[in-house]
Design a protein around this ligand. Sequence first.
Ligand SMILES: [Fe+2]
Ligand SMILES: [Fe+2]
Length: 256
Amino acid sequence: MKILFIGDVVGDAGVKALLSGLPDMRRECGADFTIVNGENSSENNGISARSADDIFSAGADVITTGNHAFRRKSILAEYEHNERLIRPANYGDGVAGRGYCEVDCGAYSVAVINLMGTAFMQPVDNPFKCADELLKQITSRIIIVDFHAEATSEKSAMSWYLAGRVSAVIGTHTHVQTADERIINGTGCLTDAGMTGPVNSILGVRKEIIIDKFVNYIPRPHIFADGECRINGVCLEIDRRSGQCVSIERICKTIQ
Ligand SMILES: [Fe+2]
Ligand SMILES: [Fe+2]
């Protein structure tokens, strides 16, 4: 079976690109199951009930998030009610929502785990030990991990740590797609899937804002850019019986 995994959707422009581009991408990949990281899908950050709705209607089966999971109040109730909308599992106890889900697809089921890194990120529980605990509970053979982290080293460490125990470890958060896809012990690995958002921007934000920040040290609110978008992601082929990754292919599609 094929799984399509899409990197961080950024703002209204990213959501619009996803709505127009995802159906074709699913067809081209032959996707039986689609996972989309939506942590920046609400205009100017976070994820809202509306942007989550749009991502589901674009064709996502599961939405993952990250460090911006709780920026919008409207999403809190959604985390409680919708099992297919998840936030990093290592936020710890007492936080709204769930850190993983298992989706029954009839002949097989797919588990999606969302974890967040600790290097250069806000403090959260240890993601490696959290993964160990979750794997004791999960019964699906097909397990996809969205590891939302800043450091390539931490994402690479997670890939090697979980190799042979999950179907894929795909990194998110940096908004720049890496070219290090590979299969380790039957686990498909890529340290960052990239971004679904405006090309002429700095990680999705209007470039003049970020340039001003670096040149003049003037903090300004991050306003998302618009215009031509790219959808970044990865298409995974997974053996249904063993849960092992058979192939991994990066995707970068421009949406006018
Ligand atoms: Fe992001
Ligand atoms: Fe992030």
